[in-house]
Design a binder for this molecule. Structure first.
Ligand code: GCU
Length: 606
């Protein structure tokens, strides 16, 4: 006979407490295009508590809402109305000293009134990013979860919304695990929390779920392909407008999908002419508004061609971090970073090692800066684990779905510095194929390591890549430049090479002889030597020195570093420019002005 009294201690013995929440995981297919949509912000002050041992899931805190501490109900270890508070978006590590090194679960909670909507409308929660796993509860019910620390997700709230005083709780967990992407060993700080914007979006019963516009085929033919996908598999007609090109046309949708190619007389988007066109797509009562640039990026042998013109990438790598606020980005921090990139006379940024805030690509579109976007398949990923592959692929698909209308992004990077094993080859080849299938208008890349046996730029993975990234630190981790000279002379790659990392540490303000390690002079000499040697290899079509800003990393603990990777050209305060910044900007300015890179201005013009 079932016990008459519920065992108040059962939760102490249930180690399967997380199982009920494994279902309901939202993924890339659930993403909704947000271009030009109105939203109801849920940013601001939330109640917050850390929960190192997942007490919230074990005792189902979300179920005990609205229970008072009255004498006839059991005492509660839960009372979110009286927790600490924090701002959203934020990383809990930077909010309170006692939360700085916290890795585990934490709970966010707030109330909100249902936004104005009609009976048939659908109301979704959008979270810009939560590192690493998030579980959403509304008015005492589990609504869904998301895995992956750098991409947005949507969870529908409609069926469970009350008109007033809805209780929204989000559990976020950022444990480092060997089966995650990234795994439990990286060279950057593991920030946790709801670190990008949280909002509600009200949509009609049938809405535009996805939209894509891209210049396809060859530069000689100015043909744009438009794709529209509805939230439901129904037939209908969408309308597409490009006011500046005086274009208004209809697109027939069958089972919710439509594709249309139109010849248009547009100006190609490029760093010299970052021309964007307003595109309005409407269906029924729904409409989206985007600003899209049309450009072509292709390979031609070992050359990169942008709109049929030979392209050389004067780049820099960057982490998403601003020390006082961790991984939080806003328009000011993004514009500051892009301004520094322009001051460097760079035309390219490698957004390392995970998807950055969507603002970066939007503003790079506006400013004409080319981007490499990537997923954190970093170092020793659990390449034999199918769940890990699904996680990596979902993060890749979410990145592509979110940003594929951004002309500034020319590469999808599927990994960084992964040891060449059969399992890694299979895992990353499948990622490359999945990226190409999702978007055949960009080049697929990865940051690879050199082949130590043949001492060449060579990696089995390059068979399935369009562009091969190479990380090498001659002059720093391998002090002699002789190795670089040997490597460049030994190699004869048939695809474009981008040196995706090279650099050296320098303690900001430490000056000395060029031979003094950790001096600004030493870093500057190493970068100058690298750039001048690399320029001589005609198959190198881009360089993105490591890294724009010094950044936090716990594995760097010598007397210079003290938890900071010092390879930045600018200190972590984003103010102090090291000597190397000026040196690189002079070299890039010379390359830009004199096109002294060893190629003609335009080849393979088709
Ligand atoms: C590696 C790695 C970076 C790291 C850098 C370094 O190439 O990709 O994430 O920070 O080296 O050693 O500083």
């Amino acid at each position: 006979m079932e016990s008459l009294v519920k065992d108040p201690y059962a939760h102490l013995h249930d180690e399967d407490y997380a199982k009920p929440f494994a279902a309901g995981r939202v993924q890339a297919a659930n993403l909704i295009t947000m271009a030009g949509r109105a939203t109801v912000s849920l940013d601001g002050v939330w109640n917050f508590v850390i929960d190192p041992h997942d007490e919230g899931l074990r005792q189902r805190w979300y179920e005990i809402q609205n229970k008072s501490h009255s004498k006839d109900s059991p005492p509660l270890d839960y009372d979110d109305a009286h927790w600490q508070t924090t701002k959203v978006p934020s990383c809990w590590n930077t909010v309170r000293p006692e939360w700085f090194h916290f890795e585990g679960s934490a709970w966010y909670s707030r109330t909100f009134d249902s936004p104005p909507s009609s009976k048939k409308d659908r109301i979704f929660l959008r979270v810009g990013a939560a590192n690493y796993e998030a579980r959403v509860f509304l008015n005492g019910r589990f609504m869904g979860s998301h895995q992956g620390g750098s991409t947005p997700f949507f969870i529908e709230l409609s069926a469970n919304l009350e008109p007033l005083n809805n209780l929204l709780q989000i559990q976020v967990e950022n444990r480092c695990r060997a089966d995650r992407v990234p795994m439990n060993h990286t060279d950057w700080f593991n920030y946790g929390g709801l670190y990008r914007e949280v909002c509600l979006v009200v949509l009609p019963a049938v809405f535009i779920q996805d939209f894509h516009a891209a210049w396809i085929n060859e530069p000689a033919r100015k043909e744009i392909q438009f794709e529209v996908c509805l939230s439901e598999p129904i037939d209908g007609v969408a309308q597409i407008e490009l006011p500046e090109l005086d274009q208004v046309f209809e697109m027939v949708l069958v089972a919710g999908k439509g594709v249309k190619k139109i010849n248009l007389d547009f100006q190609a988007w490029s760093p010299d002419n970052p021309k964007l066109y307003e595109i309005k797509v409407s269906y029924g009562t729904d409409a989206i508004l985007d600003q899209v640039g049309f450009r072509q990026i292709r390979c031609h042998g070992d050359r990169l061609l942008l709109n049929g013109e030979d392209l050389f990438l004067r780049g820099i790598s960057v982490h998403e971090e601003n020390l006082p606020i961790g991984k939080v980005s806003n328009e000011q921090t993004v514009r500051d970073m892009l301004r520094h990139t322009k001051e460097l006379n760079a035309n390219f940024i490698r957004l390392s090692h995970y998807p950055h805030h969507e603002l970066v690509a939007s503003i790079a579109d506006e400013l004409g800066i080319l981007l490499w976007a990537e997923i954190p398949v970093y170092w020793a990923i659990d390449f034999g684990n199918p769940d890990t592959f699904n996680d990596a692929n979902n993060q890749l698909q979410e990145l592509i779905r979110r940003d594929r209308n951004r002309s500034s992004i020319i590469f999808w990077g599927v990994g960084n510095e992964n040891h060449d094993t059969d399992a890694r080859l299979s895992f990353m080849s499948r990622l490359a194929a999945a990226a190409r299938k999702a978007d055949d208008t960009r080049l697929i890349s990865a940051a690879c390591l050199i082949n130590r046996e043949t001492f060449q730029i060579q990696d089995r993975l390059s068979e399935v890549l369009d562009v091969i990234g190479i990380n090498e630190y001659f002059g720093w981790y391998e002090p002699s430049f002789e190795g670089l000279s040997q490597l460049l002379n030994n190699s004869n790659p048939t695809k474009p090479i981008v040196i995706t990392e090279t650099g050296a540490d320098a303690l900001p303000g430490l000056h000395g002889e060029h031979s003094d390690r950790y001096s600004e002079e030493n870093q500057s000499l190493i970068l100058e030597t690298q750039l001048k040697m690399l320029k001589k290899a005609s198959y190198i079509r881009g360089i993105s020195p490591w890294v724009l800003y010094d950044f936090r990393t716990e594995r760097r603990q010598n007397s210079f570093q003290r938890g900071i990777n010092l390879k930045g050209l600018i200190a972590s305060d984003r103010q102090h420019k090291k000597i190397s910044f000026q040196k690189v900007s002079e070299i890039y300015a010379d390359w830009a002005k004199n096109c002294t890179t060893p190629v003609n201005k335009s080849i393979g013009k088709v």
